[in-house]
Design a protein around this ligand. Structure first.
Ligand code: ZN
Length: 240
């Protein structure tokens, strides 16, 4: 089975559409949370995700904040203002959908969380030492995460090590335990503004990093129309 892995759509419909239309053929979609927050298209994105066939979807910290399950005051001012805007913009049906999403799942060899296996909603795995602390919490060979919006992975070992993304060659999934992040769809933060995703092939045992291409100005114009914070608008062009 070939699975499209996406995370951190962040209400950026143009980026999501680019991924869905440019992704390699796949049989299922796993979404690692943060469907909304930061971006201008929460209803469009939740509706598009919900309608995908063979979808498995998690909740992220922004989804929880929009639902009132996390205090918006724990976010910075820019993020908080869009969380509150999103809460009012989302339809009751889409809010109900977000409320049903789990924060952690295990499917076969894979544990799925938004943040980390130790703290599924909140913790960022940004380096190999944080990754190393998290491996004991994973009961499967591999763990898939989002949240940092940075494509790449970490391997378990002494010491734990980085697995930088290779867009040209698939990563072979061997007995090496790994934490893998496909990167962010709607607000990438690895100096590349193009929407990130991955294709997991459970028969070939491979993980392939990918980037879609889109015009961030489409989303930026919508954010400006709605008076979103300037910093959130600007960052989409730079990938930070
Ligand atoms: Zn996010």
């Amino acid at each position: 089975m070939r699975i499209l892995i996406i995370s951190d759509i962040h209400a950026n419909a143009a980026a999501l559409e680019a991924v869905l239309s440019q992704a390699d053929p796949h049989d299922a979609v796993w979404c690692l949370g943060d469907l909304v927050g930061y971006g201008p298209d929460p209803n469009e994105c939740v509706a598009r995700i919900r309608a995908l066939p063979n979808l498995t979807c998690l909740s992220g910290n922004h989804d929880k904040a929009v639902l009132g399950e996390i205090d918006p005051d724990t976010f910075n001012d820019d993020a908080r203002s869009v969380i509150i805007w999103t809460r009012n913009a989302l339809s009751a049906e889409n809010l109900d959908y977000l409320r049903e999403l789990p924060v952690e799942l295990a499917i076969g060899d894979f544990t799925l969380v938004h943040g980390s296996p130790r703290q599924p909603v909140w913790e960022y795995i940004l380096n190999r030492s944080i990754a190393c602390e998290n491996f004991p919490y994973i009961e499967t060979p591999y763990c898939l995460i989002g949240h940092s919006h940075i494509a790449g992975g970490f391997g378990e070992g002494v010491p734990c090590f980085d697995v930088p993304p290779d867009y040209a060659n698939p990563l072979a999934l061997t007995e090496q335990r790994l934490i893998l992040n496909p990167g962010g769809v709607g607000q990438p933060r690895d100096q590349n503004p193009m929407p990130a995703f991955a294709i997991l092939d459970t028969e070939a045992h491979t993980w392939q990093y990918r980037r879609a291409s889109y015009d961030p100005r489409v989303t930026q114009r919508r954010m400006l129309d709605m008076n979103f914070p300037e910093r959130l608008v600007l960052r989409l062009a730079y990938g930070w």
